[in-house]
Design a protein around this ligand. Structure first.
Ligand code: HEC
Length: 138
């Protein structure tokens, strides 16, 4: 009995395949997409905000209080308002950012500032994070 069912199944499979003409290379076929189905080209990239500049909230709430304590005694307002502090950094380039290079005492364009933060300190990383587009997430 088992044998009969198996051979019947095999026969049916052959019959089902044989009923269609095989596809030829380059042959045009049309495919009906199920309702609501989106082709990949129809989907939009996820609405991830593109970070293109340093973040003001991060500066105001995380970095500025730090600079207020460590820099304003000598620099007055230079590292106070966001727009002023921003002039001392190059987005995503800590090594080209005057703020990071001076604060960590690294030489920059022939200028060597006293070291306020060690390069691997949490404070220096706070500056690097900001330069690299760090954001405050609630
Ligand atoms: C003890 C005083 C002192 C402290 C504290 C200090 N600086 Fe300075 N800084 C100076 C002096 C002096 C100069 C050189 C003169 C100038 O350009 O103002 C200077 C220059 C600079 C410059 C170049 C100036 C420019 O306009 O291009 C930057 C940038 C800078 N400091 C950043 C910082 C940062 C960031 C901090 C805090 C992390 C800091 N400094 C803390 C004294 C200080």
């Amino acid at each position: 009995m088992k044998k009969i069912i198996l051979s019947l199944l095999a026969l049916m499979t052959v019959a089902a395949c044989g009923a269609r003409t095989p596809l030829r290379r380059g042959q045009e076929i049309s495919v009906q997409l199920p309702a609501g189905f989106q082709k990949p080209s129809d989907t939009k990239p996820t609405d991830q905000p593109q970070v293109t500049d340093v973040d003001k909230t991060y500066y105001d709430t995380v970095l500025q209080p730090l600079l207020e304590k460590k820099c304003t005694m000598c620099h007055d307002d230079k590292f106070g308002p966001f727009d002023s502090a921003k002039k001392f950094v190059v987005f995503k380039k800590p090594d080209e950012s005057k703020m990071y290079m001076t604060a960590t005492g690294k030489e920059f364009s022939g200028f060597k500032h006293r070291q306020v933060f060690k390069p691997d300190s949490a404070e220096a990383m706070t500056i690097v994070t900001w330069i690299n587009g760090g954001k405050v997430t609630q």
